[in-house]
Design a protein around this ligand. Structure first.
Ligand SMILES: [Mn+2]
Length: 375
């Protein structure tokens, strides 16, 4: 008989994340968002009556201190899942050290935390074996651990649960071959904050669900968790968006803009009101800025603060000086411009180019305004 069921595969919520790039109050709201997302995952597990909730590490972000309330909140949440076995493989942000929540707190009976090398948990009713491996410190190499895994029962659905952080080789990506060699039907992975599917011969063999809520500006788009079903031993992965807010990086070209007010208007025009109140925006101003405009990003951010959940500005503009006109003058100013233009043309490194560009405009500020505006 074919039993129809779904399992949840989630990872990298990073509860307690500091959000250091945000003002304190906003950072606190974001930490509350993470708790809310945790609650949503619990609700989903209940609504879908999942027999398994797999957590592939970095549930907590416990770098500096342990928040007892957060631990209680999570344990109470898991305890409400009467029909669900919760399996956790700790990650590099929440390794199962002797002082971690995982080792020092009492967890509900339906929760199992992997922290002793490879362990197997079987769900006999569903013919599922989950092989889990938890990180206990930051020095372990999950890839090496994978090589030691040998699933015992080829008739069962064999799942591997692991957080793939690799201290010695942080950029070493997981290769589908690594997963194939592990000999499992589905690798429930954690660590990458971006959703990713791994396939071999057109079959899904593993996946990163990614972080269910974006943590950084580089994480654009909606984020979520995996709902996994099995057709005998073949997994089907349904990525389920769940994130509360999104990050947007927006560029605004200011070349034809005549005032600060116009910049504000343009930003509001690009970003609809409902998104302003909800999402997080980084607006990068580019192009030639009218030299009459006195741009102070901090003031501008304050002027917009009431209309936005979070907005920050990056000033990448350059002053709209007419260099060709200056060059006609044949004086110390034109000699300065000529010298720096020369340096610019001969420089290949984009970072050094930007430094020379800045020097050029700082110099011109000094010549023309007798005051240098840092940018
Ligand atoms: Mn991680």
């Amino acid at each position: 008989m074919l039993v129809k069921y779904k399992i949840i595969h989630a990872s990298d919520l990073h509860l307690g994340y500091p959000f250091l790039y945000l003002p304190n109050q906003t950072a606190q709201k974001r930490r509350d968002d993470l708790k809310e997302i945790f609650g949503q995952i619990i609700d989903l597990a209940q609504a879908e009556d999942v027999p398994l909730l797999l957590w592939a590490g970095d549930l907590f972000h416990q770098d500096e201190y342990l928040d007892e309330d957060l631990s209680r909140f999570v344990r109470e949440g898991f305890a409400t899942l009467n029909n669900t076995k919760v399996l956790i493989s700790p990650g590099d942000s929440d390794p199962a050290t002797p002082y971690s929540f995982y080792s020092s707190h009492e967890w509900p009976a339906n929760v199992h935390i992997f922290k002793n090398g490879w362990e197997k948990i079987s769900l006999d009713d569903f013919n599922i074996n989950v092989y889990g491996y938890g990180l206990q410190g930051k020095e372990e190499d999950p890839l090496e651990a994978m090589k030691k895994l040998t699933p015992e029962d080829p008739q069962a659905i064999n799942i591997m649960l692991i957080h793939t952080h690799n201290e010695k080789n942080p950029d070493n990506p997981i290769h589908p071959l690594d997963l194939q060699l592990a000999g499992v039907h589905y690798a429930a992975l954690g660590h990458s904050h971006k959703h990713e599917l791994f396939k071999a011969e057109n079959r899904i063999i593993g996946s990163y669900p990614g972080s269910p809520e974006p943590l950084e500006f580089s994480a654009e788009g909606s984020r979520g968790i995996n709902m996994v079903t099995f057709n005998i031993q073949t997994p089907q992965v349904h990525f389920t968006p769940i994130s509360r807010r999104q990050h947007f990086n927006i560029e605004l070209e200011v070349t034809d803009i005549k005032s600060i007010e116009e910049i504000l208007e343009k930003i509001k025009l690009i970003i609809p009101a409902e998104k302003r109140e909800k999402d997080l925006f980084k607006v990068t101003l580019t192009g030639a800025l009218d030299i009459e405009i006195n741009l102070n990003t901090e003031h501008l951010e304050k002027a917009m603060a009431n209309d936005f959940f979070h907005v920050e500005l990056q000033d990448n503009t350059y002053p709209d000086y007419n260099l060709n006109n200056f060059l006609k003058e044949k004086n110390i100013k034109s000699a300065f411009i000529l010298r720096l233009k020369n340096l610019l043309e001969n420089e290949e490194d984009p970072r050094r180019k930007r430094v020379i560009e800045k020097a050029l405009y700082y110099g011109l500020d000094a010549f023309l305004k007798e005051k240098v505006k840092l940018r």
